[in-house]
Write a protein that binds this ligand. Structure first.
Ligand SMILES: [Zn+2]
Length: 278
């Protein structure tokens, strides 16, 4: 265990999961590390960020699919730009952003109720939010940097699942994955002002003053509170508490490495009925 998450290794590929989500046999999920891929240089080695040789990224996807159990043909990737556009994906989107070009400019959250489709969102310090409703069999991933957080993408996703699938927020299981932690995420006055505008969030509980106009921001707690306010019970929310900047051996961190770095992916999929081993 690395804080609230578990680190796994299959055929050299290292990835993390949440024990609370591992309990559901119909679900697959993961957060990649940088260990076990074929990329080189500053993308070494399990990289999913564009700019790297496309064949290497595809081979890295193949490797994580084999390690976790996803079907490569069912991957659908987002096209994130720090907004809060959410997209429902189905069979029609198979391969989008992976083997087919991205067909939307801005998608920071993906959701589906189609088994065999694997949602893929990208990270290098921002917060991955995982959603699963075991009663409706619906899954979702959302990318929450500070912008997505102050725009309440977690609440927006919860509301979308409730509206579109008749989910009850009480039933949703959520998890907050590896990202830059309150130990390392220094922000300035501009970001602080945006965070202060969030209703029902006590600034002193998510911001720690460092002097000279700098603050440490706790994006995990901000997002946890937003999910609770959206109606997801406290006990249904796992917070990984894994900082990407504190673990350079495991993760690419934008704050640590700047632009010369690779990126990780969060992935989530509902298994197809025939592959369920009851
Ligand atoms: Zn840290």
């Amino acid at each position: 265990m690395l804080n609230q998450m578990e680190l796994h290794e299959t055929d050299g590929v290292h990835y993390m999961t949440f024990p609370a989500l591992d309990e559901y046999p119909q679900l697959l999920h993961s957060f990649s590390t940088r260990v076990g891929g074929v990329s080189e240089g500053y993308y070494e080695s399990l990289n999913f960020r564009n700019g790297d040789a496309p064949d290497n990224i595809l081979e890295n996807y193949q490797r994580i699919c084999r390690a976790v159990g996803y079907e490569f043909d069912g991957l659908v990737a987002s096209a994130q730009d720090h907004h809060t556009t959410l997209r429902y994906v189905t069979e029609l989107e198979r391969g989008v952003g992976i083997t087919k070009p991205r067909d939307m400019d801005s998608v920071d959250g993906l959701y589906t109720d189609v088994p065999g489709i694997t949602l893929v969102t990208s990270y290098a310090d921002c917060v991955p939010l995982y959603f699963f409703d075991p009663t409706r069999n619906v899954i979702a991933l959302a990318h929450a940097g500070w912008r997505g957080t102050v725009q309440r993408i977690g609440e927006k996703m919860t509301e979308t699942l409730c509206r579109q699938f008749g989910c009850s927020s009480q039933d949703i299981i959520a998890a907050i994955g590896p990202s830059i932690g309150p130990c390392c995420y220094e922000v300035d006055e501009t970001v602080r002002e945006q965070v202060m505008r969030l209703d029902d969030i006590v600034p002193e509980e998510v911001l720690e003053e460092q002097g000279e106009g700098k603050y440490l921001l706790d994006l995990w707690e901000c997002n946890r509170r937003i999910l609770v306010l959206a109606g997801i019970p406290d006990e249904n929310i796992s917070v990984g508490e894994v900082c990407t900047k504190c673990h350079p051996e495991l993760f690419f961190s934008h704050r640590l490495l700047g632009e010369n770095r690779g990126g990780m992916v969060a992935m989530m999929s509902l298994k197809e009925a025939q592959s369920l081993d009851f």
